[in-house]
Design a protein around this ligand. Structure first.
Ligand code: IVH
Length: 675
């Protein structure tokens, strides 16, 4: 393709993708299918690879992440990020309104009922972010930090689809816009479901999940967290807007996600009505709010009121109280997960709380039970905060019966009676009987057949239980010995469903290696990690031979994952299962096409990458090196073949490379080598 044609096509594809992104994530009105979107994106990525001179760091291709942030740079805020003072009841709000009127020199309670216009907004429960735009392009994203300086999290913010990389319309040349990054409830629940399946610690609430996600160094993982962002204030020296509401309207036109629930009201009475409305309705939102923010609408009035040392005088937050009730603890049930992790659950006398009837609450682990000193028959206080399952926050000691007995945590598995163990540093107890403990066996099979693993959707949860009870299915390898003759006598199993089931099992033999690696259920090895490992090792037998040090050298593999992989393969029972799966014909290697992607050009060469690059991210460069047979290393030694140097390469590294006589090449030199 000719360069000019390529440039035009890249520009066209970028604009198209930005438009469809806006339609999908802001207007909730997609006009093309996901498949068509992915095709456009793939074309853009491939053109950018061929013509790196037209690649931009704000290209829609960057939304999928891949950039690594070693250390988040601390950056000073141009406008300090202040906080809001809080109010908790109507009288606080009336006081606020009086202070505002006095500050503006308005005679309160005058005959004409003079009043101030306020904007009422939801108070989103996430982490605040300041985004700077220059000439319509996102330049930087900074967290709040201590209010004076925050962390530069631009690489991660780019992966949030509701944050525009390029504005739809430029209504202001340079400005900062602030808002809240958050994780929606459905995304949070799904994430915790996945973490539970992997045996990873659950995240406490969407707020922690959002702020934790923004601290992750690998932006591809951040992209998978599906964060969202509402914007709520524009900061600029040169605007023609007269009011905050007008500013929000323009922000919406520029392409920002502005909450549709923001309301302009004429007096404090209407503010109170707004607060009362959302006190009930907040439970129907797909995200958490912890209150309402009230802002004086007129910018001139805001200026006149000014700030105290900590917060603006023209705004206030109203905090909803977390609703609390007391109910009786009837029993404690101990659930066993796929990985054998034990979760204690409190069964409560049913009680209404926050619009639903609550019957259960999580007790998390032995330490929490110990700390609360919760006992059977106790009246406990429960609260619905950010968490979907209510929390027990304490015991009403005044109602405790004198003969109550201290709760003793179980020592044996409630399902198979094996003695439980607890690893040092881990919160949960575990049942060791992974091959026979019923919920573990069924859970492992359910994980194995799930959509992102072997995708045998004809083998649903109920059928697994049926086959398990009939002793046909005792482990994942048994799936490949199931015959139609075994299936037909089962209840609700007709000829057609039996044929479907067998066909589904047969088809799963073609599922690629990386998904097989995920399906076999090595603790802590999720979908993304499995992909990375498969790409690196190419075959299962290669993986089995790696020692800890070699495992740690794989991208995304840290201590916990490396130890988990080693203990999985060392287990004789797992070796037997793998042998049977291999005999059944599952893919234990990458396909030839997967292996052949790339070349052998860099075999025997070790690269050290340092600095910041223009055309590719560091991760992309690393991938290019590996795809072409080369190795990446982080430290320069006499074994280093090339140092690939970008801008701002560390002076120490430079000195070392020079003293060892290692060749230093630029990004362009590297691309020339490659081609
Ligand atoms: S306006 C001067 N509007 O609540 C501060 N803040 O302490 C102006 N928040 O740190 C903030 N939703 O992270 C504003 N609609 C909203 C908000 C909001 C959530 C957060 C924000 C801020 C904290 C206030």
């Amino acid at each position: 393709m000719d360069k000019i044609v390529a440039e035009n096509r890249i520009n066209f594809l970028s604009d198209e993708l930005n438009k469809h992104n806006h339609n999908y994530y802001l207007l909730d009105n997609p006009t093309i299918s996901d498949f068509e979107f992915d095709k456009l994106l793939e074309e853009l990525i491939s053109l950018e690879k061929q013509f790196p001179e037209f690649y931009s760091t704000r290209s829609p291709s960057q939304r999928i992440g891949g950039g690594l942030t070693k250390e988040f740079k601390s950056v000073k805020h141009i406008y300090p990020m202040l906080s809001l003072s809080n109010s908790y009841d109507t009288s606080d709000l009336i006081d606020f309104d009086r202070r505002v009127q006095e500050g503006l020199g308005i005679q309160a309670n005058d005959l004409f009922g003079s009043s101030v216009q306020y904007v009422c907004e939801l108070k989103f429960d996430g982490l605040s972010i300041g985004l700077t735009y220059k000439d319509g392009n996102l330049v930087q994203a900074i967290t709040r930090g201590d209010g004076m300086q925050g962390d530069d999290v631009t690489t991660n913010a780019i992966t949030i689809k509701s944050i525009p990389l390029k504005l739809k319309e430029i209504l202001l040349p340079d400005f900062e816009i602030r808002g809240e990054i958050f994780m929606s409830r459905p995304v949070f629940n799904q994430l915790n479901k996945e973490r539970e399946a992997l045996g990873d610690a659950l995240l406490a609430n969407p707020r922690n999940a959002a702020s934790g996600s923004m601290k992750i160094q690998n932006s591809a993982v951040v992209a998978s967290r599906k964060l969202d962002c509402f914007l709520y204030s524009i900061l600029t020296n040169n605007s023609s807007f007269k009011t905050h509401f007008e500013g929000l309207d323009s922000a919406k036109k520029m392409g920002f996600k502005i909450s549709p629930h923001t309301k302009l009201v004429d007096n404090i009475q209407q503010v109170i009505e707004f607060i009362e409305y959302w006190n009930v309705e907040r439970f129907n939102l797909p995200f958490d709010i912890d209150g309402i923010v009230i802002k004086v609408n007129n910018y001139k009035q805001q200026l006149q009121l000014g700030f105290t040392a900590k917060s603006p005088r023209w705004a206030i937050a109203y905090k909803y109280k977390a609703e609390q009730v007391s109910t009786q603890l009837v029993s404690i049930a101990y659930q066993v997960g796929r990985t054998g992790a034990i979760t204690p659950v409190a069964n409560l006398a049913p009680i209404a709380l926050g619009g639903t009837t609550v019957k259960r609450a999580s007790l998390h682990n032995a330490d929490i039970i110990e700390k609360l000193d919760v006992r059977l028959g106790d009246f406990v206080f429960i609260e619905k905060g950010g968490e979907i399952i209510p929390k027990i926050i304490g015991v009403d000691i005044t109602k405790r019966k004198p003969d109550s007995i201290k709760t003793i945590y179980i020592t044996h598995c409630p399902e198979c009676n094996s003695k439980l163990y607890r690893n040092e540093g881990e919160a949960n107890h575990f049942c060791p009987n992974d091959l026979e403990c019923p919920p573990q066996v069924k859970g492992k099979i359910e994980h194995f057949v799930s959509r992102k693993a072997m995708n045998i959707d004809s083998l649903g949860g109920e059928t697994i239980v049926q086959l398990y009870n009939a002793k046909i299915l005792n482990n994942i390898a048994d799936i490949y010995t199931i015959s139609k003759e075994q299936l037909l006598p089962l209840e609700r199993m007709a000829e057609k469903s039996a044929t479907n089931l067998i066909a589904g099992i047969e088809a799963s033999k073609k599922v690629p290696f990386e998904r097989v690696l995920y399906a076999i259920g090595i603790r802590h090895v999720g979908e993304t990690t499995a992909k990375k490992i498969a790409k690196k090792v190419k075959t299962l037998s290669n993986l089995i031979q790696l020692n800890k040090e070699e495992l740690l050298a794989i991208d995304e593999v840290g201590e916990t994952i490396a130890d988990s992989i080693l203990s999985f393969f060392v287990d004789y029972k797992n070796q037997q299962l793998l042998q049977r799966l291999n005999n059944a014909g599952l893919q234990f290697e990458l396909s030839d096409e997967q292996k052949e992607a790339g070349s052998n050009k860099f075999i025997g060469f070790t690269f050290v990458i340092s600095g910041v690059f223009n055309k590719y991210s560091r991760d992309q460069l690393k991938e290019l090196i590996e795809l072409n047979g080369g190795k990446n290393s982080t430290s320069i030694s006499s074994k280093t073949s090339y140092v690939l140097a970008g801008e701002n390469m560390g002076p120490e590294k430079l000195k070392k490379a020079q003293s060892l006589g290692v060749k230093i090449i630029s990004e362009n030199d590297f691309l020339a080598l490659l081609n």
